[in-house]
Design a protein around this ligand. Structure first.
Ligand SMILES: [Ca+2]
Ligand SMILES: [Ca+2]
Length: 190
């Protein structure tokens, strides 16, 4: 801590070190990947930058406990063609949405209840993994209204290792209904 860092346009030190990396954005010399050096212009190598999905699955709460998510459906949110409550597709209109991804990381089935509280006319959907809402069969369940400003999908069994994408969206196309909370309760073991 506190040591001065060595700044140079490339890491050309210790050419046998497998941990060092260099590629230039505005120069063409000294490219390296570990101990493989002099790679500039080498067609056998490719620069790839990968970003891990922000939606890393979150383990379900322990039996008898719950996860709480909060968000807001805004005009800046992505749009998709959501399913209806019965999971048949709505092929034309588009809806802003957020997703939350959960996983049953236990060795046994878990039963969950998913309940949303909206500031407007929200719509709740559960999808299988991978999240491909336009693909038939990926929708698990949906609910428009539960109470005055809610939606609820109850009593869904999630298999060991199963990933579920919870989509928070709206009844009306292109609506921005503002804040919401989603509670994912894991039922106590029977
Ligand atoms: Ca949002
Ligand atoms: Ca609704």
């Amino acid at each position: 801590m506190g040591a001065r860092i060595l700044r140079a346009d490339c890491d050309a030190l210790d050419l046998d070190d497998p941990q060092r990396l260099c590629w230039h954005t505005n120069d063409d010399s000294d490219w390296r990947c570990g101990a493989n050096v002099g790679l500039q212009g080498d067609a056998g190598w490719e620069r790839v930058v990968m970003q891990r999905s922000a939606n890393v699955p979150i383990p379900l709460a322990a039996p008898g406990a719950a996860l709480e998510f909060a968000g807001s459906i805004d005009a800046s949110d992505a749009l998709f063609r959501r399913a209806r409550e019965n999971c048949t597709p709505k092929p034309t209109a588009e809806y802003h949405y957020d997703t939350f991804v959960v996983v049953n990381d236990t060795a046994v089935d878990q039963v969950i209840d998913v309940e949303a509280a909206w500031a407007g006319d929200g719509f709740l959907l559960l999808y299988r993994d991978p999240f491909a809402p336009e693909v038939a069969g990926q929708c698990i369940a949906g609910d428009d209204d539960f109470g005055a400003r809610g939606s609820r999908v109850a009593n869904r069994t999630i298999a060991p290792g199963q990933i579920v994408h919870i989509a928070a969206t709206t009844f009306s196309a292109f609506a921005a209904i503002g804040p919401y909370t989603i509670t994912v309760s894991t039922r106590p073991a029977p």
